[in-house]
Write a protein that binds this ligand. Structure first.
Ligand code: SF4
Length: 420
């Protein structure tokens, strides 16, 4: 039997705190209680493909660099650039995010992340309109109704239902799932259907019509049409009755709701505000996939008032705007792979910009990087604070020594800043 340690998994924004790992000769032998996603994240510690040395592109090859030389090279690249964009950080600690913002401010650069368009807007609206966000413990204890709209946590957040909000038992929900209504709105039958008491199959791109119908019914206006967004009127009326009976509820919503129309977030807020009262408390929680999307957006909103920002023009600017306008001549990626998630029209432009990538493993973006600086594995080799999907701040401790000269994002960014 190896050395057993209890850790918090940072494989997704649920930050499960009951994970056990077994170490033998510094190798991760076993992982207990994690879902498959967490297992693969933690097991990547010993992945033979992991970056353990800094590398600088030299023609078609990469040559190894000492970490201090890599830091000097990064500082040199920043100094000789006109406009630097720092991108990523959704999987980094709040401390690293804070440091990146200070760096972007110091060099008059920009900062952005993959949360910019959808999740970021949702989080911004929730925070700016000061909507209630219940934490998982409250939902576990009191949640009588849970609605999932345009999201499929049985694929994206594997332990959300079993550990936090549906199958668990709490103070007022001693029978677990039997004490809760679970409703699902989606364009197709996902695995979530099996756990849902109510399922409304909405036509693609017509969520706004359903939202308006629910708002009308709550305002006492009867529906005229027999079908709304492909759903029979009686089913919409039944869902409205369920929503009106809520004492303590939560609405988890995902890209399926707002990808087609960002206005849907505002409409959902209107609906929730109409339902909330002295006796009814309903929270909205965006199902952000990346580990610390909430932390990134929260800190950016605190420091800049926006989820993306250009410190040169002192205005919000996204990567797509900055790169589209040809403003960026150096891109610093922090634990992010934009070549994997941005449209080809943008990644083609990124290929023309020198890239510094702070990363754990090779990915599509590192193939185009000029300079690669390895980072230690968050949650194992370094710790920090993050915000869980329910906005709760969680402190994560590292429990292993990182490989020699492999540092956290925070330390690398600070060292670069010291050289400027
Ligand atoms: S659900 Fe997320 S935090 Fe929990 S074990 Fe899986 S990957 Fe890790």
């Amino acid at each position: 039997m190896g050395d057993l340690k209890k850790i918090i998994c940072v494989g997704c924004s649920l930050l499960c705190d009951d994970i056990m790992i077994e170490l033998k000769d510094k190798e991760l032998e076993h992982v207990y209680h994690a879902c498959s996603k967490g297992y693969y994240y933690l097991k990547s510690l010993n992945d033979s493909k992991r970056h353990l040395k800094s590398q600088l592109k030299d023609g078609n090859e990469y040559k190894d660099l000492e970490i201090q030389d890599a830091i000097s090279k990064a500082a040199e690249m920043i100094k000789s650039s006109k406009h630097v964009l720092i991108y990523g950080l959704n999987n980094s600690s709040n401390e690293a995010i804070g440091t990146a913002i200070v760096l972007a401010d110091k060099i008059g650069g920009s900062i952005d992340s993959s949360a910019t368009y959808y999740k970021g807007m949702a989080i911004q609206q929730i925070l700016s309109k000061k909507l209630p966000v219940a934490n998982f413990k409250d939902i576990m204890d009191k949640g009588d109704t849970i609605l999932f709209w345009g999201t499929n946590p049985s694929s994206s957040h594997l332990r959300l239902l079993s550990k936090y909000v549906v199958l668990t038992r709490g103070e007022l929900t001693q029978k677990g799932k039997e004490d809760r209504n679970v409703a699902l709105i989606d364009i197709f039958k996902t695995q979530m259907r099996r756990l849902s008491d109510i399922f409304l199959r909405v036509n693609p791109g017509e969520d706004d019509q359903l939202l308006q119908a629910l708002i009308d019914l709550i305002d006492g206006k009867p529906l005229q049409a027999e079908k709304i967004a492909g759903i029979p009127k009686s089913e919409v009326e039944d869902l409205t009755s369920t929503l009106k009976r809520i004492d303590f509820g939560a609405i988890f919503f995902g890209s399926g709701l707002f990808n087609s129309n960002l206005q849907n977030i505002s409409s959902l807020i209107t609906l929730v505000n109409k339902l909330n009262s002295d006796t009814t408390k309903i929270s909205m929680i965006p199902t952000a996939v990346l580990t610390n999307t909430v932390g990134f957006c929260k800190i950016m909103l605190d420091k800049t008032g926006s989820v993306n920002y250009d410190f040169d023009t002192k205005s919000p600017k996204s990567l797509i705007e900055e790169v589209g306008n040809g403003n960026v001549d150096l891109l610093i990626l922090v634990n992010s792979d934009p070549f994997e998630h941005l449209p080809a029209s943008i990644t083609e432009k990124l290929k023309e910009i020198p890239i510094i990538s702070l990363t754990t493993h090779p990915d599509l973006s590192t193939k185009h990087a000029e300079l690669i600086i390895p980072i230690s594995l968050f949650g194992l080799e370094h710790g920090g604070t993050l915000n869980r999907m329910d906005f709760t701040e969680i402190n994560v401790q590292g429990c292993l020594e990182p490989p020699e000269k492999v540092w956290s994002e925070e330390k690398i960014l600070k060292e670069i800043m010291n050289k400027l």
